[in-house]
Design a protein around this ligand. Structure first.
Ligand code: MTE
Ligand code: CO
Length: 416
């Protein structure tokens, strides 16, 4: 095993203060938590009107989005990361969805927002939010959104000590809105209308070209996430959903869809979101997010706290279809066990996997490897580097390794 140097950063919480409290002490002394009335039961609790919009328990104050200070200069055009190590199930709570803004968060009153459809159409249209919400054909779907730059800092070796930072530019949300197909049928796309330009209404005026085929296949506009209105950070009042494709195309604060006969070659699809190969050519229009998985527990921010029974848990997703299987290794990829997937297995959405195991305190090298229903198998990081070289930032879906030490502390490492 060749462990690349770890750059522990000040922002990391001290990973696992050694093996903490042993499981319940086996004594005959009465446990006051059982025998005594506790302060929270002694007298009335808070009233209902105190919190018209509920917030998590104060004991969950550490479960928050975090950023990496050195990564971007300005908070307004920066990124925050989903605390994957502190979540379970497959839905990312709205307040914890990672954010990526290129011009800060715009605050747009819904009655001031318009969506324009124009270009190669029979009838250019402008919609208000009210009009969109009265249209037939509404859909209700769960999809993951992964920034193409997720895990991008790891191309050159193990960097960041926590799955929040290595893998937290991803979230999985239920959306409600309308298929683009419904809008385009209303506008009447001309036969040479082969591309769609989506534009955001924020300061960055983010623009991306999307092939018409994809737009008609499963793209949607969404105004609702996980049951409530989009959060401002996620593009309130309206965002584009481009299932399985890189997050950059999911234009937030969506205000314009132009139909054209060729791609626009905007900044975000030329100088950005392309990957320079060793031979000098660049990968271009790398839209699909390939199958990927990550063990969220244990991980550097969620180390093992005691010997004995453990529940390993993680997430897998694929931009090509459904996750078919996830394998987990405890010895750096020599032996694999098939993880138990529980909960719904939906295409282009997170699946949650578990492996129950017994830990005797020995060092572990934990990995997970996802397979999707196209037969695609998540590659190792070395396989990726062999194919793409070392200039890439985007599309790093290589297998992650966590080293669990004898004291339970867990670190980001690489095996070669
Ligand atoms: N849309 C607009 N209008 N402005 C932006 O800065 N960032 C893009 C995309 N859409 C962006 C945008 C990028 S790079 C990503 S990864 C996703 O939005 C992030 O979505 P999120 O903030 O909901 O996580
Ligand atoms: Co992005």
């Amino acid at each position: 095993m060749n462990k690349t140097p770890l750059h522990r950063r000040a922002f990391l919480t001290a990973a696992g203060a050694a093996l903490a409290t042993p499981a319940l002490a086996q004594t005959n002394a009465p446990d006051p938590l059982i025998t005594k009335v506790q302060p929270w039961a002694n007298g009335l609790g808070d009233g209902v009107v105190d919190k018209p919009y509920g917030v998590p328990s104060k004991f969950e104050a550490d479960v928050i989005r975090r950023d990496v200070e050195w990564l971007t200069v300005r908070k307004e055009s920066s990124v925050s990361f989903t605390p994957l190590h502190a979540l379970d199930g497959v839905i990312t709570p709205n307040g914890l969805c990672f954010e990526r803004h290129h011009g800060g968060v715009a605050h747009i009153a819904p009655d001031k927002h318009r969506l324009m459809i124009h270009g190669l159409v029979d009838k250019p249209l402008v919609f208000t939010m009210d009009e969109l919400k009265r249209m037939a054909g509404r859909v209700n779907r769960a999809y993951f959104l992964e920034c193409a730059a997720n895990t991008g800092m790891e191309w050159k070796g193990a960097q960041l000590n926590g799955c929040q930072f290595t893998h937290g530019m991803v979230h999985n949300v239920w959306y409600v809105g309308l298929p683009l197909k419904v809008l385009f049928e209303r506008a009447g796309v001309k036969t040479n209308g082969k591309w769609v330009l989506a534009e955001g209404g924020d300061n960055s005026l983010m623009t991306r070209s999307i092939p018409m085929q994809k737009a008609l296949d499963d793209c949607m506009i969404a105004w609702n996430m996980n049951g409530e209105a989009l959060r401002p950070e996620q593009g309130y009042p309206l965002r584009l959903v481009v299932p399985g494709w890189e997050g950059n195309m999911w234009i937030k604060w969506l205000r314009r869809l132009e139909i054209g006969d060729q791609p626009w070659e905007q900044r975000e699809e030329t100088s950005k979101y392309t990957d320079l190969l060793p031979d000098g050519r660049a990968r271009h229009f790398t839209w699909v997010m390939d199958a990927k998985s990550i063990v969220t527990n244990p991980s550097p921010q969620a180390p093992l706290r005691a010997k004995g029974p453990q529940v390993l848990s993680g997430l897998a997703w694929s931009g090509r279809g459904s996750i078919k299987r996830v394998d987990v290794s405890f010895d750096g990829g020599r032996n694999w066990v098939t993880a138990r997937i529980d909960g719904p297995v939906m295409p282009l959405s997170f699946v949650r996997f578990y492996v129950e195991f017994d830990w005797d305190g020995r060092e572990l090298l934990i990995q997970s490897r996802a397979m999707d229903d196209t037969g695609y198998v998540q590659p190792t990081k070395d396989e990726l580097r062999k194919a793409r070289g070392l200039n890439s930032i985007y599309h790093n879906n290589g297998v992650q390794t966590w080293l669990v030490r004898g004291d339970g502390e867990t670190e980001n490492v690489e095996i070669s």
